[in-house]
Design a protein around this ligand. Sequence first.
Ligand code: NAG
Ligand code: NAG
Length: 183
Amino acid sequence: MNALAIMSVGFEMLDAVAEVEGISMSSASFKALIGKGFIGDVPVMLAKPQTFMNASGESVGAIVSYYKIPLKQVLVIFDDLDLPFAKLRMLPKGGHGGHNGMRSIIDHLKGSRDFPRLRIGIGRPPGKMDAANFVMRPFNKQEREELDFTMQVGVDAIRILLLEGFNKSATFVNTNKPLEQIG
Ligand SMILES: *[C@@H]1O[C@H](CO)[C@@H](O)[C@H](O)[C@H]1NC(C)=O
Ligand SMILES: *[C@@H]1O[C@H](CO)[C@@H](O)[C@H](O)[C@H]1NC(C)=O
């Protein structure tokens, strides 16, 4: 079983996966909205923690320990201020990079950082704008188009991750061209 946990544009990515793969986010447990289904023939569990973002680990930690999910089979999807807007990065492990949700997840996985993550770039807020407001702001038309494209790439990447393995997916994501270089 694979768990995908998430926040904000992360939630949007997870909703896109659920829709494309026909998985209904129909139950609530472990302080999360949960959807169970299959991607290809791989059983998958999608989770959107309903805790405060900075307490996401309470949900992720509980799911991982209850189902005894190997950490290599967990994918955490989250927004990242350090990546340019709409850019994706798939990494096999890493630190929290100052992200309070990731900090909480690592804490609740007993300090382990060895789980894959898909980072979705949102860029840096302009001037003195608060990061939390920036993450949740409405997107303009061009940003919306870029993000829609990013969501499609992410859905494909998750399918590749489950069916062909981490390395194939990482290569697909990390060498993917952003929308403006294609159109
Ligand atoms: C977590 O976030 C909530 C809401 O933003 C805040 O009220 C709370 O103080 C934060 N908790 C910690 C431990 O930072
Ligand atoms: C994935 O890539 C890593 C680093 O390049 C390599 O060490 C590892 O053997 C690869 N795994 C598979 C299953 O190909």
